[in-house]
Design a protein around this ligand. Structure first.
Ligand SMILES: Nc1ncnc2c1ncn2[C@@H]1O[C@H](COP(=O)(O)OP(=O)(O)OP(=O)(O)O)[C@@H](O)[C@H]1O
Ligand SMILES: [Mg+2]
Length: 359
């Protein structure tokens, strides 16, 4: 339940004050009343939301008081009550930070509408402040991202050193012959973990690196053949056929390294999803002002409840997955002003389609 709004009524007329207290109290407002500027200042220190201030007060000018109150409680909305309807007093009141003014005597509905509008205005102010706070949080997160990138970078060097030493260790263990065979298992495990750490760091860094691309005309056909060459060992190990298919396409504008990384991730996912005897096919074709590349697999497809989350960082359904593959692909494709979609294949399996503009 929201706290009731507090209305501070400043008026030297006893009857008027009682009247305001009753009307506003009945509406559920918390009402504070003051009969003078001095009393109003004192009450304002404990905070209020809306001020109803008479222009003429015994110990001073209501307009000046309004300005003071705004300084004390910057968010507060102030409504001036003015008995003589002159434009000057209204202008002065608004200049002093008053939000509105009411002519006395004012009807109860008019009063209530004015106070309600003021509280709504207050809600806007609070909302804006919350948005600003959220923007600051986002800024902080970005700063943390930069820090993480720096840290990842620093971790890479010792990790590479460890990988090198592990390779040395492996050679020596192998040289020891059969009696040292049981040392190899744990060693290979550590090596695999180091490799994985390296991959995670690489992907992290990719997010945090400056976002500009060194664009050049890219021969996608050659690039895709390179991707299949790189992944041929994995495909063979998984017993999956890996094929590239397409007719001549124009060059796209992009950064070959990044694009290769994107397709590596897509094809890797496709291989990981495929069962032995399956097939992964990369099809490219010229389509208007773009080249589309489809990566198709004969795997189980993506479950309904998984599909909406696959591009989320760290979302993975794989025991050893980092969940950074597809977010990376997505950001690379976006950097190229392209688009990526995913669909279920009629014959079963999944098809990722990347569209890259020729430009
Ligand atoms: N071709 C595919 N077939 C079925 N599911 C897929 C396919 N590609 C992606 N997915 C699903 O999307 C999830 C996220 O993929 P993503 O590449 O981002 O991370 P990952 O492969 O799990 O881990 P990482 O790529 O970081 O090693 C996967 O865990 C998997 O559930
Ligand atoms: Mg992946």
């Amino acid at each position: 339940v929201a706290e009731p709004r507090t209305v501070l009524c400043v008026d030297d007329n006893d009857a008027q004050r009682d009247n305001l207290r009753e009307i506003l109290g009945d509406e559920g407002y918390r009402v504070l009343t003051a009969r003078s500027c001095a009393e109003a200042r004192r009450l304002a220190h404990s905070g209020f939301d809306v001020g109803l201030v008479d222009v003429r007060l015994p110990d001073g000018d209501g307009v000046a008081l309004a300005a003071e109150l705004r300084q004390l409680v910057p968010d507060a909305q102030i409504i001036m009550l003015t008995g003589f309807a002159t434009t000057e007093s209204a202008v002065a009141a608004v200049r002093a930070g008053a939000w509105a003014y009411l002519l006395k005597p004012c009807s109860t509905p008019d009063l209530l509408v004015a106070v309600e509008q003021a509280t709504r205005q207050l809600a806007h102010v609070e909302e804006r402040r919350q948005l600003a706070r959220r923007a600051r949080v986002a800024e902080k997160l970005a700063a943390i991202g930069t820090l993480t990138a720096g840290l990842s970078h620093e971790i890479k060097n010792p990790l590479n050193a460890a990988a090198l030493q592990l390779a040395v260790l492996e050679r020596r263990v192998r040289r020891l012959g059969p009696e040292a065979a049981d040392l190899l298992g744990p060693l290979e495990l550590v090596q695999a973990e180091v490799t994985r750490l390296n991959q995670i760091l690489e992907e992290f860094l990719e997010f945090a690196r400056p976002r500009e691309l060194a664009k050049a005309p890219v021969d996608l056909e050659a690039l895709l053949v390179r991707v299949t060459d790189l992944l041929a060992p994995q495909a063979e190990q998984a017993g999956v056929r890996l094929v590239v298919d397409g007719e001549a396409v124009p060059h796209v504008s992009g950064e070959p390294g990044r694009l290769q990384q994107a397709f590596l991730n897509l094809v890797l996912n496709a291989l990981e999803a495929s069962d032995e005897g399956g097939e992964v096919c990369i099809r490219y074709r010229h389509d208007g002002d773009a080249v589309t590349v489809a990566v198709e697999d004969s795997g189980p497809g993506i479950a309904e409840d998984v599909l909406p989350r696959i591009f989320e960082p760290f979302f993975t359904t794989k025991p050893g997955g980092s969940g950074l593959g597809l977010p990376l692909v997505h950001s690379i494709v976006e950097l190229h002003d392209g688009s990526i979609g995913v669909e279920r294949r009629e014959e079963g399996g999944t098809r990722f389609v990347v569209r890259l503009p020729i430009k």
